[in-house]
Design a protein around this ligand. Structure first.
Ligand SMILES: [Zn+2]
Length: 256
């Protein structure tokens, strides 16, 4: 099945088909933070507006978010959920790749952003495209974008504040975090985030097919598998699916 025809990032998107067929909207339920481990929570994905899971890692000194979100509204609902749990706002947000649903909300976020150089280059290029061609250039990508940006919500694209290449080691306070680039079938700018003490790995959309074409390069899948296995994670969280074991994540990686 070619998911790009349905046009969402998710690979398990029967729900998306439902929206496409019926043009219907589910009543939006209030999302709550879900705890994955001692130091890790995530704010769950939503298919209607193609909102990905947003990760949250709490160190003793500061906190880190994995992905910013689709828009300012997505960031705000995430931060509300953090505040309800009494958790501090992230001082740093890492982008897993440049795609709008993971990054375009950052202008409403707290603190700084970190991305690999290529992700930042893609963000700059898309910002120039929108400046040249207008917001329609963005809204025409998919109806989920139109839903997210309904009512004239501003499109504000920021390249990352901090850029890295290869890998970067962080410590949020008794909480080492490894941020690193990995080859992946979805885009060529994937960043993974590993939290070794909690045996957790954030993958963004890395295991999915190419958004525009639905293609999935097997050689890139094998290289991503190696990068995933190397982390020895026990909990893996993708951009648009619930948490899974490493083995399930790897076996799903080879599904079309
Ligand atoms: Zn993506």
């Amino acid at each position: 099945m070619i998911y790009s025809i349905l046009g969402l990032h998710t690979r398990k998107n029967r729900q998306a088909g439902f929206y496409a067929r019926n043009g219907a909207r589910k009543r939006r339920k209030k999302m709550k933070l879900t705890r994955l481990s001692d130091r890790i929570w995530y704010f769950p994905m939503e298919e209607e507006r193609d909102r990905p899971n947003l990760g949250y890692i709490r160190g003793d000194r500061w906190s880190l978010a994995v992905d910013a979100g689709h828009s300012d509204d997505h960031v705000r609902t995430f931060y509300q959920a953090l505040e309800e749990e009494g958790l501090p706002l992230p001082a740093l947000t890492v982008f897993t790749h440049w795609h709008w649903d993971h990054t375009f909300g950052f202008h409403a976020a707290n603190g700084l952003s970190l991305a690999n150089r290529r992700t930042s280059q893609y963000l700059r290029a898309f910002r120039e495209k929108v400046a040249r061609e207008g917001r329609e250039a963005f809204l025409s990508l998919h109806e989920s974008v139109q839903r997210e940006y309904a009512g004239g919500r501003p499109v504000i694209i920021l390249p990352a504040d901090l850029e890295y290449e290869g890998q970067m080691l962080l410590d949020a306070g008794n909480c080492p975090i490894r941020v690193f680039q990995a080859p992946a079938p979805h885009t060529d700018d994937s960043t993974l985030v590993s939290v070794p003490k909690d045996k957790a790995l954030f993958l963004g959309d890395a295991p999915y097919s190419v958004f525009e074409t639905g293609e999935k390069d097997r050689a890139l899948c094998r290289r991503l598998e190696a990068a995933i296995r190397e982390t020895k994670a026990e909990i893996c969280l993708e951009g648009h699916y619930g948490p899974q074991t490493l083995e399930k994540t790897v076996s799903d990686l080879y599904e079309d």
